[in-house]
Design a protein around this ligand. Structure first.
Ligand SMILES: Nc1ncnc2c1ncn2[C@@H]1O[C@H](COP(=O)(O)OP(=O)(O)O)[C@@H](O)[C@H]1O
Ligand SMILES: CC(=O)OP(=O)(O)O
Ligand SMILES: [Mg+2]
Length: 407
């Protein structure tokens, strides 16, 4: 039996998402999610293809316990880690620094380098490492591949990657802009070009990845030239719970005037800010609903306005960075589903050739679709992201030397 399947693991700080993909036929034999790891009750939802989901609520103390539960669920469907069809495990790793520009087979040296990057990705890399270590222990016979969020952004020119701070300090502590969500930006920018019937190498794209975390990127002829996240996934757009851009002096001010510690400010900006900080809800669905009805519509409206104002500024900035833009692509939970966000983000940018067609924008659909009027100078599109497929494709190509088309 040929091994054509890849298990993709996305180990977050309190969750593990997983998908089993078959590269021969494009099917997904199983998908699942464990949430609230480390809390009193965790929830596991496992969905075998074509059959009902199974849900379990029980304490899951850590990533090791979580991955063992995933392996058990897969086993129950005859899809376990010892299945001869499984070719590899692909891991999302958030921070790859400057070293990792490509997907990489994991060995001790790679693990050590991911560990070395923990100080610049304290929320993400420890969880990624825990996931990898457990998967290696559970399936030592399988090749395991790290696919880095930062990799796609390593093509940024030096002037876009550098902060204007003392070079000696920056170099000593690896302080520079790395960018994240690269797997999504790579996939979506390619799909956006395809939607226009153009080659990625001849297309300029602005990608707006708006999920819980949110980032924008400027992609020139298939290569990333700028992105909104920086040293960590805190810079840039307004997010569910993260502030995005703030004056760094906010930190000094809160230290001196409010007596907050650096750790407290870290939590403030990463977990108590963004939409949540502005209006008490981090979920854009709730924000949109409250704007229409709630007793405190005003706070929700302000949160929405701050969110889309920041988006508009980045769209304008990346027009300037790219010179010519062929398509603006919205993706991830908010980008794919929230028509009012898309409409508000391009309102007022008619001078840049941007507009959405209200009917196209409101229409629902599963695949890539245009939402700009047919006559628009710049296309605006909704492109569903698929980070799992991209991770599986890169993992499979690396371990088998075959592309999906050859399988
Ligand atoms: N129908 C919708 N309308 C508005 N926002 C939505 C809708 N569906 C999902 N979202 C938003 O998408 C976010 C999650 O996006 P997603 O890309 O799944 O996040 P992540 O992968 O970063 O966890 C949610 O926080 C929610 O605000
Ligand atoms: C890097 C990052 O922000 O990831 P996520 O959106 O999964 O939090
Ligand atoms: Mg996502």
């Amino acid at each position: 039996m040929r091994a054509t399947r890849v298990l993709v693991l996305n180990s977050g700080s309190s969750s593990v998402k997983y998908q089993l993909l078959d590269m021969a036929d494009g099917s997904r034999p199983a998908t699942g999610l464990i949430e609230r790891i480390g809390e009193r009750t965790s929830r596991l939802r496992h969905t075998p293809a074509g059959r009902p989901s199974r849900e379990r609520e029980e304490p899951v103390a850590d990533h090791e316990t979580a991955l063992k539960a995933v392996a058990e669920e897969l086993d129950r469907d005859g899809l376990g880690l010892d299945s001869p069809e499984l070719a590899a495990i692909g891991h999302r790793v958030v921070h790859g620094g400057r070293r990792f520009t490509e997907p990489t087979v994991i060995d001790d040296a790679v693990l050590a380098e991911i560990e070395r990057l923990v100080p610049v990705a304290p929320l993400h890399n420890p969880a990624n490492l825990a996931g990898i270590r457990t998967a290696v222990a559970l399936a030592p016979h399988l090749p395991q591949v790290a696919v880095f969020d930062t990799a796609f952004h390593t093509t940024m020119p030096e002037y876009a990657a550098r902060y204007a701070i003392d070079t000696a300090v920056a170099d000593a502590h690896r302080v520079r802009r790395y960018g994240f969500h690269g797997t999504s930006h790579a996939y979506v920018s390619r799909k956006a070009a395809e939607l226009l019937g153009r080659k990625p190498s001849e297309t300029n794209v602005i990608v707006l990845h708006l999920g819980n975390g949110a980032s924008a990127s400027a992609v020139a002829r298939g290569r990333c030239v700028d992105t909104s996240m920086g040293l960590t996934p805190l810079e840039g757009l307004v997010m569910g719970t993260r502030s995005g851009d703030v004056d760094p002096a906010v930190v000094f001010h809160l230290t001196r005037v409010a007596g907050m510690s650096v750790d407290e400010i870290d939590v403030l900006l990463n977990k108590r800010s963004g939409l949540l900080g502005l209006c008490g809800d981090n979920d854009m669905r709730e924000v949109l609903r409250r704007m229409e009805h709630g007793p405190d519509a005003e706070a929700a409206r302000l949160a929405f306005d701050v969110y889309v104002h920041r988006l508009r500024k980045y769209i304008g900035a990346y027009h300037a960075v790219l010179g010519r833009v062929d398509v603006v692509a919205f993706t991830a939970g908010v980008g794919e589903n929230a028509a009012p966000v898309r409409e508000a983000a391009v309102t007022g940018l008619e001078g840049l050739g941007l507009a959405v067609d209200p009917e196209r924008n409101a229409a629902r659909g599963d695949g890539p679709r245009l939402i700009s009027p047919p006559t628009a100078r710049v296309a605006v599109a909704v492109i569903p992201t698929d980070e799992e497929l991209e991770i599986a494709t890169q993992t499979y190509a690396l371990v088998t030397g075959r592309t999906t088309d050859e399988t």
